[in-house]
Ligand binder design. Structure first.
Ligand SMILES: Cc1cc2nc3c(=O)[nH]c(=O)nc-3n(C[C@H](O)[C@H](O)[C@H](O)COP(=O)(O)O)c2cc1C
Ligand SMILES: Cc1ncc(COP(=O)(O)O)c(C=O)c1O
Length: 215
């Protein structure tokens, strides 16, 4: 096999940047906030980039990166096009998975939960904070649809720039999803692949049970 594959085959990178002690609180949100803050402060590259997986209408799971934008008491919010593939998938099947990985901290968070649209006012407020070019993009892009040419996209952007010379309202098809977790796993890399895995699992009475998993 090629030499370049030898490089990855023979790399046995040891994880040794931290460990998870047995004090985590009785819900996952404080630790979610702490780990995101620590990733921002590190700084990790793209600290709020998370991979969201949905169950596609064709039965296949599908993943893509989105930006984690808010942490509410109920969960994590990201913004997207509601008519996109992921939007359609969530409408049909709100079960989602979100994954964060911060190599700089040797940490991974895995969130299983249900996605729902955030209130329109919240999406309005976030949309308003975006740069003009991204707002125009949200109008111009039929996200996930077949596109004939780059030229067609750019023409649509120019059309909307003419239509909205000043204020750009939020398109109804664009907004936030809240992921309400039912299971959150915090993973800290440890030497010899003996990692720490701490799981918060939501019980029927809405309290969280906490346990470790074998690495
Ligand atoms: C770093 C990064 C951040 C992204 N953030 C978002 C985002 O916040 N919202 C979004 O709709 N797409 C975002 N994208 C694009 C998505 O990965 C994806 O291509 C798009 O949402 C279409 O996905 P879908 O066709 O599966 O619905 C991001 C991509 C990258 C690489
Ligand atoms: C297609 C798409 N939509 C939305 C976003 C999020 O953009 P913003 O951070 O400006 O809200 C991104 C970020 O990369 C993106 O690629």
């Amino acid at each position: 096999m090629d030499d370049f594959l030898d490089v990855i085959r023979n790399d046995h990178h040891q994880f040794d940047k931290g460990k998870l002690e047995d004090h985590f609180g009785d819900e996952p949100f404080a630790l979610l906030a702490k780990w995101l803050r620590e990733a921002i402060e590190k700084p990790a590259m793209e600290p709020n980039a998370m991979i969201v997986s949905t169950l596609g209408l064709n039965g296949f799971p599908r993943s893509r990166v989105v930006y984690w934008k808010e942490l509410l008491e109920e969960g994590i919010v990201f913004y997207t096009n509601y008519s996109s593939d992921k939007g359609k998938a969530i409408e049909a099947n709100p079960q989602v998975h979100a994954l964060l990985y911060w190599p700089e901290l040797e940490r991974q968070i895995s969130v299983t939960g249900f996605a729902e649209k955030v209130p329109a006012e919240m999406s309005d407020a976030y949309f308003e904070s975006r740069p003009r070019g991204s707002k125009l993009g949200a109008w111009a892009s039929h996200q996930s649809e077949f596109l004939n040419s780059r030229d067609e996209l750019e023409k649509r952007v120019a059309e909307y720039a003419g239509k909205f010379p000043d204020f750009i309202p939020r398109p109804e098809h664009w907004g936030g999803y809240l992921i309400r977790p039912i299971n959150v796993e915090f993973w800290q890399g440890r030497p010899s692949r003996l990692h720490d895995r701490i799981v918060f699992n939501l019980k029927p009475d809405n309290s969280w049970e906490l346990y470790r998993k074998y690495p």
